[in-house]
Design a protein around this ligand. Structure first.
Ligand code: ARG
Length: 457
């Protein structure tokens, strides 16, 4: 089959080479962006008198027709035409005749593909931001129901101090808020237009890059044509933001797995989000959070993959850059699927408030509070810490918790203890007392919730 670039060649391309170098099997995902970019380009060619306005109109109409056919699934893309750009150009020429060959005037696939990628990532970034926002909403909804729900807070996965479950959940809200902010910030760079950079050096035609940029909704044009065609930083940036999002998702997923275990029983995931075992009839497995945790790996892999492709590439375009696509598509699909599951899984989970409460009543997570108590009686914190350490050891040796010791036992350790310590040791008071800004005290959590709500749409 004749190639669009066949003039210089005397031999057919080797079939294996054709297959090896083609990207159409995956870059067909860019069909709509490619046509959008071409329509802007041809409009500009007509307006700048580089081609006649009739030709521009014919080409534009042809592109619209092809787009309709593609979206109806009526088009077969061919490996012989290598990639989405040449497949579409070939379809155009078949549709409207030789005039279709004027579309590529003053343009190269190098600025064309870069333009497509910018358009694609802009659309996907907006969509990921909206999905992050929905997970945040789900978190806020659960948090609202659980301001007064108390569970152990951990450090080193050892009971540390009790916290409000809303407070624990909202920690994830802020991670996702930073993720959203990072994606929003990346829009500044995604919105640079490479179109008109040509193969690498610009073009001899009097093109108007500002016009195509504004037709495509870009805010700026790349000031350097070589940078324009070889820049993939915006994709690396997306993959790195995606990696961090997956880090956050996997940390939350890990907690959901732990919390839903028999040992914790802090939450129960909805049946619709779990699966069973083919052999053990009693099993209800948290496959969804497990997979969310695991899918982080492929997203990291995609980031490292692209960084490695780009490392050491000379300017400007190199075929290596075609390898930027699959990892990006895979990352978009992974993030999209993960976030779409995470939101309803959070919304539908059951919070076992009693189990959580039971846990905090049977531990030493109120120990800091009696140390603080002695401090309010005038003892330096370090001495108070030492005394409480001894009390904890005494309690452990006598198989008791702090609330089980009587006042005489306390007073053996310090005469400063009075019966008011029993109120202070109640988990609800332990949490409530942490009213420093950003703390888990109920008043603070309510303030935090109201603040968080300002960030969701
Ligand atoms: N399929 C190519 C890619 O994705 C399009 C650009 C090809 N340019 C070239 N000079 N071979 O990178």
């Amino acid at each position: 089959m004749s190639k669009l670039w066949g003039g210089r060649f005397t031999k057919e391309t080797d079939k294996l080479v054709e297959e090896f170098t083609a990207s159409i099997t995956f870059d067909k995902e860019l069909a709509n962006e490619d046509i959008e970019g071409s329509i802007a380009h041809v409009q500009m060619l007509g307006d700048c008198d580089i081609i006649s306005t009739e030709d521009a109109k014919t080409i534009k109409e042809g592109l619209v027709k092809i787009q309709q056919k593609i979206n109806k699934g009526e088009v077969e893309f061919l490996v012989e035409h290598e990639d989405i750009h040449m497949n579409i150009e070939k379809l155009l020429i078949d549709e409207i005749g030789a005039v279709g060959g004027k579309l590529h005037t003053g343009r190269s696939r190098n600025d064309q593909v870069a333009t497509d990628m910018h358009l694609y990532l802009r659309k996907q970034t907006k969509s990921i931001i909206a999905l992050l926002n929905d997970v945040q909403k789900a978190i806020v909804e659960q948090a609202k129901e659980n301001v007064d729900t108390i569970l152990p807070g951990y450090t080193h996965l050892q009971r540390a101090q009790p916290v409000s479950f809303a407070h624990h959940l909202l920690a994830y809200f802020w991670m996702l808020e930073r993720d959203k902010e990072r994606l929003q910030d990346s829009m500044k760079r995604i919105n640079w237009s490479p179109l008109g950079a040509g193969a690498l050096a610009g073009t001899t035609f009097p093109i108007d890059r500002q016009q195509t940029a504004s037709l495509l909704g870009f805010e700026k044009v790349y000031p350097n044509s070589m940078d324009a065609v070889s820049d993939r930083d915006f994709i690396v940036e997306f993959l790195s933001h995606a990696s961090l999002i997956m880090t956050h998702i996997s940390r939350l997923s890990e907690e959901l797995v732990i919390w839903s275990s028999q040992e914790f029983q802090f939450i129960e995931l909805d049946d619709a989000f779990c699966t069973g075992s083919s052999i053990m009839p009693q099993k209800k497995n948290p496959d969804v959070p497990e997979l969310l945790r695991a899918k982080t790996g492929r997203v990291y892999g995609n980031l490292v993959g692209l960084l490695t492709v780009l490392k050491g590439l000379p300017l400007a375009y190199n075929k290596d850059m075609q390898e930027d696509k699959e990892g990006m598509f895979d990352t978009v699909a992974t993030l999209d699927g993960s976030l779409r599951l995470l939101a309803p899984m959070i919304r539908t989970m059951t919070v076992n408030k009693d189990k959580m409460h039971q846990a905090v009543s049977q531990d030493f997570s109120n120990a800091t509070d009696i140390a603080d108590y002695l401090v309010t009686k005038g003892l330096p914190f370090r001495q108070a810490h030492e005394i409480i350490g001894k009390i904890v050891l005494y309690a452990i040796n006598n198989q008791k918790f702090l609330l089980d010791l009587n006042i005489e036992e306390y007073q053996q350790f310090s005469p400063l203890f009075k019966p008011d310590i029993y109120e202070i040791l109640q988990p609800k008071n332990v949490v409530g007392a942490r009213n420093s800004q950003g703390g888990t005290g109920f008043e603070q959590v309510k303030i935090q919730l109201a603040f968080a709500e300002q960030f969701v749409e």
